[in-house]
Design a protein around this ligand. Structure first.
Ligand code: NAI
Ligand code: MG
Length: 315
């Protein structure tokens, strides 16, 4: 458990309450990682943490504020790298929408290969066949149980994306998945004008990052959306929002993204029944109008949490 900063601890606390109400028995290890730790020690996370975290099955994370330090290395990027969490799965659901963005999590423009200068700076965009293949496989695993796959790219301009597109096409062909491809700018437009047309979307790192915040807006709020960062044997679950310093400490953060992340974690742990019940309880609370201000409601974090746990206990 990495509660993190800002609203991180608030929403993670809600997720824990809901997990308890769903009857989860977890052996929890808490890590102090993030801005608080950085202020105290000058380091947001160290190698010992990384090693101890590697010994855990999975991680539930709230959010981490990026410290104001030019030399700061993102904790999330380090965790994704160290645990090789290559598949970022982001489901988006509302009463009339249901699609999943599958974002490549380890390469692309987040390669970390950068030259920083005063007059000129460069970031290397790395696309590999292996990286594209394994993210395409992850997307096809999902699409196989759904309708179809949309491969999102910018291969008309970025030659590195031709490898991504070609590899995704090959994997989809081999797996017998119905697929199409779409330029990322058109995808950004279609997400707003016609989101129903999407089912499973697969894309590179930065495009996936941006499109998923857009998708969250289409769904209604960043606070609703969950994600799983999956590797071969490890996983990290986190709401897609950040630490939201503008509302931290006010008790009004939407806990649904964190609760849904915890449900994804339970599903990954094989606790399908508990995961399903947690997701249903969230739906019931939202349909009953129990909503935080980001959704136009007047409820507090703890009122939403209470409603969700209430539905779970009432079963
Ligand atoms: P943010 O996601 O924290 O906030 C964006 C807007 O959405 C704010 O107006 C915020 O109040 C609202 N919002 C976000 N989550 C909400 C929730 N659960 N309920 C209600 N409203 C919510 O993004 P921002 O402001 O760009 O970043 C703040 C800090 O978080 C930065 O230091 C950033 O680096 C960090 N961050 C961390 C992430 C992580 O740990 N995975 C992801 C994104 C940002
Ligand atoms: Mg993001």
């Amino acid at each position: 458990m990495i509660a993190g900063d800002g609203i991180g601890p608030e929403v993670v606390e809600s997720a824990l309450e809901v997990l308890r109400a769903a009857g989860a028995s977890l052996d929890l290890v808490h890590f102090e990682i993030g801005l608080g730790r950085w202020k105290r020690t000058g380091e947001a996370m160290d190698e010992d943490d990384l090693e101890e975290i590697s010994g855990c099955d999975c991680i539930l994370l709230g959010a981490i504020t990026t410290p104001p330090d030019p030399n700061y290395r993102s904790v999330l990027l380090r965790l994704r790298r160290a645990l090789d969490l290559y598949a970022n799965i982001r489901p988006f659901q509302s009463h009339d929408l249901d699609f999943i963005i599958v974002r490549e999590n380890t390469e692309g423009l987040y390669s970390g290969v950068e030259e920083v200068g005063v007059e000129e700076s460069r970031t290397l965009r790395v696309i590999t066949r292996r990286g594209s293949e394994r993210i395409a496989e992850a997307a096809c695993d999902l699409a196989a149980r759904r309708r179809r796959l949309t491969i999102i790219h910018k291969s008309n301009v970025l030659r590195s994306d031709r490898l991504f597109l070609q590899t995704c096409r090959e994997v989809a062909e081999r797996r017998g998945i119905l697929y199409e491809d779409m330029l990322v700018d058109a995808a950004a437009y279609n997400l707003v004008t016609n989101p129903q047309r999407f089912d499973v979307l697969v894309t590179t790192n930065l495009f996936g990052d941006i499109l998923s915040d857009e998708a969250a807006g289409v769904i209604g709020s960043l606070g609703l959306c969950a994600s799983a960062n999956l590797g071969k044997s490890r996983a990290l679950f986190e709401p897609i929002h950040g630490s939201a310093p503008d509302i931290a400490g006010k008790g009004i953060a939407n806990p649904v993204g964190a609760i849904r992340s915890a449900a994804m974690m339970m599903r990954w742990l094989g606790e399908l029944e508990a995961a399903g019940r947690m997701e249903e309880a969230v739906k019931k609370a939202l349909s009953a109008g129990v909503r935080t201000p980001d959704l136009g409601g007047r409820c507090s974090t703890s009122e939403v949490t209470g409603a969700v746990t209430g539905y779970l206990m009432a079963e």
